[in-house]
Design a binder for this molecule. Structure first.
Ligand SMILES: [Fe+2]
Ligand SMILES: [Fe+2]
Length: 301
């Protein structure tokens, strides 16, 4: 090398300044909000989930020593960074595939990988976006744990896709996944109502049917991955209802009424039965929360 020795970091910094390579995330952010923004601004799926898991491990290592890392404040991006692939299409333009075929099963789990990656971002986003609202440390524990689990879910599904000769990005995916986050960016109660208590609860309703599809296909790996997801998603819904109830209690408001008001205001469309009443109950969601928001009447008890 001629022209004297320069540190690699310096060269990298100059290259970043000239926009030749994207800025590299800080591997050791000082606060939990910085960690969240670090994940949200990382585009590649594998890199995003690796950072997400590393930050979660740091948070919980400190907690195990009786310490809490500072929450801090950081500005999350309006939309998280995403890879070039998959191509994002409006739902009506998504190709229809039969779940009975191998290609249909790949398309189904490709869609799940997309949902899981979005969920990683959603859990870090709630941490950074609402960092100005004082919350007990348990709130942060719950969402860091959820983000870590979503990262694991994404990786599990990616492993399965790769074992089938496919990969995340090989097919188009649903555009508009971030809409719920945008619609609830100014209101923590609305975010909790719409994301964990409506969208993730919907996951509890539909996952047993997906597991049945892979049972029919005798696919043990897919069944194992979906069973892990199913077991862990109950907790994410439960964290949602726990903190929703907490905030309503703190503001002396009736949780059921507030839930109905906020879902009607921020969620587009009616909730779709059949509901998984058992898992919803386990997650702290009683029937009088969701039935009045459905398009059909509640069946007689
Ligand atoms: Fe998940
Ligand atoms: Fe989840």
């Amino acid at each position: 090398m001629t022209g004297g020795h320069r540190e690699f970091g310096q060269i990298r910094g100059e290259a970043e300044e000239f926009g030749q390579i994207p800025p590299q995330p800080d591997p050791n952010p000082a606060t939990l909000s910085d960690m969240a923004v670090n994940v949200l601004t990382t585009a590649d799926g594998q890199a995003k989930t690796a950072l997400s898991r590393a930050h979660a491990a740091r948070w919980f290592a400190a907690r195990a020593e009786g310490r809490t890392l500072p929450i801090g404040q950081a500005r999350p991006p309006d939309r998280p960074a995403r890879p070039d692939r998959p191509e994002l299409l409006p739902p009506r333009e998504m190709p229809k595939r039969r779940p009975g075929s191998a290609a249909g099963r790949i398309a189904l789990l490709h869609a799940i990988a997309h949902i899981e990656l979005n969920a990683v971002d959603l859990h870090w986003d709630i941490i950074a976006r609402f960092a100005h609202i004082p919350m007990p440390t348990g709130f942060h524990d719950d969402w860091v744990k959820s983000a870590d689990e979503e990262s694991k879910h994404f990786n599990l599904i990616c492993d399965w896709l790769e074992a089938q000769g496919s990969h995340y990005g090989a097919l188009p995916a649903h555009a508009g996944m971030w809409r719920a986050a945008e619609d609830t960016a100014d209101d923590l109660l609305a975010r909790l109502a719409v994301v964990p208590m409506v969208l993730e609860a919907r996951g509890l309703d539909v996952t047993p049917g997906m597991i049945a599809i892979f049972e029919k296909a005798d696919d043990a790996d897919a069944i194992a991955a979906l069973s892990t997801i199913y077991a862990e998603e109950v907790h994410h819904v439960a964290y949602g209802s726990k903190w929703f109830n907490f905030l309503c209690g703190r503001e002396d408001r009736d949780p059921k009424e507030v839930f109905h008001l906020l879902v009607r205001r921020h969620f587009h469309g009616a909730l779709k039965p059949p509901f998984n009443a058992e898992k919803r109950a386990e997650a702290g969601l009683p029937p009088d929360f969701y039935w009045p928001l459905s398009e059909t009447d509640r069946p007689p008890a």
